[in-house]
Ligand binder design. Structure first.
Ligand code: TXA
Ligand code: MG
Length: 328
């Protein structure tokens, strides 16, 4: 990619940013907490490119940014608790994790294959304006390379991601400066999945109870079972050059001749395409009733590292923490 553009916070800049997003590109957008690396949350390839730009070794689930509460209600199984805290604190530095609705239309890469999704209505006027101009949900993790601190100024994003993303929308410094508080509402007990810009005490006042840290809430359900990563039902064998009899093959690159029911992550061996297709392929293998799955070697560089991390989890013995747990 050529140089990353710094877009001004005027109509031209905002329309430019929306156009980039509609074309499947990446724009760092200001929010009141930190800059987010935004992409169309419905597009597998756009979301795969977020992971590529951040150099994330794993497909962590991402936060979906929305312009208002009404849009949020349509994507999840909304409840009274969600309504109460959303009315009290949205727009603002609060993220809600809720059960994903059927036909929400989000890329499975956004949720890392989970059946829940993290939603947030940001308070920053530029983020809100961009969401309205774009007209859809935006997946946006903090706009820093994996393992680095979150950016609170356009210059931080430019220093770290120049040449890896299309543009930065210049909103100046972020007011809050720490990430949003993440509240889990997928269980009876509200859970504080990440402390952040909104104090837990403020949530407790509205909820009528203090949200529990994930470990304390784990007394109800064993850890690991609480938020299970999607794994296919079939047994998974990795680094398979070719399928053995009775195995369904998930290839990378062109498929070997005659492999029954085989599919490939990317016929051309493209890692962005492979990441974009990964969860779709795993679901497809389930739908096809594959009991034994052989997966081709995937190069362990760039997005391949995240793909391999996910595949190792899918292949791990069932019930073990590696195969099921997601540690926020
Ligand atoms: O303030 C913020 O929240 C910023 C701005 C850009 O909005 N965004 C942000 O995103 O911090 P990110 O990707 O750096 O953090 C997302 C975190 C994940 O690491 C995970 O802890 C949690 O959100 N998360 C997302 N989906 C989840 C889910 N379904 N279940 C549990 N945790 C989830
Ligand atoms: Mg982050």
């Amino acid at each position: 990619m050529s140089q990353t553009r710094l877009l001004p916070a005027d109509d031209t800049g905002k329309d430019g940013a929306a156009a980039i997003l509609r074309a499947g590109g990446l724009v760092a957008m200001p929010t009141e907490t930190v800059y987010g690396l935004a992409a169309d949350a419905r597009s597998d390839v756009a979301v795969a490119r977020i992971f590529e730009a951040k150099g994330r070794p794993r497909f962590n689930p991402l936060i979906v940014h929305l312009p208002d509460i009404a849009t949020a209600r349509r994507l999840v199984k909304w409840d009274d608790r969600a309504e109460a805290v959303a009315q009290a604190f949205w727009p603002g530095p609060l993220t809600l994790v809720l059960p994903l609705a059927e036909n929400a239309g989000l890329s499975p890469l956004v949720t890392a294959g989970l059946d829940s999704v993290a939603l947030r209505v940001p308070a920053h006027p530029l983020a809100r304006d961009l969401l309205l101009r774009f007209g859809g949900p935006l997946a946006a993790p903090s706009a820093n390379p994996s393992g680095r601190v979150s950016p609170t100024e356009p210059a931080h994003v430019m220093e770290a991601l120049d040449g890896r993303i299309e543009a930065v929308l210049d909103g100046g410094p972020c007011a809050v400066g720490v990430e949003s508080t993440i509240l889990g509402l997928t269980h009876d007990t509200p859970r504080l999945l990440r402390p952040g810009g909104l104090p837990a005490e403020a949530l407790a006042e509205v909820l009528g109870e203090m949200p529990q840290p994930p470990e304390a809430a784990a007394g109800i359900t064993a850890p690991g079972q609480m938020t299970s990563h999607y794994a296919p039902r079939g047994r998974v064998r990795l680094e398979a050059i070719a399928p053995e009899p009775g195995e369904t093959y998930l290839g990378f690159g062109p498929l070997p001749a005659g492999a029954e029911g085989a599919m490939t992550l990317s016929a051309s061996g493209d890692l962005v395409e492979a990441a974009a297709r990964l969860f779709h392929c795993l679901h497809e293998l389930d739908r096809a009733g594959a009991e034994r799955i052989a997966v081709a070697p995937v190069p362990d560089r760039g997005l391949g590292r995240a793909i391999n991390d996910r595949l190792r989890r899918a292949a791990a013995p069932r019930g073990g923490p590696e195969s099921t747990s997601y540690a926020p």
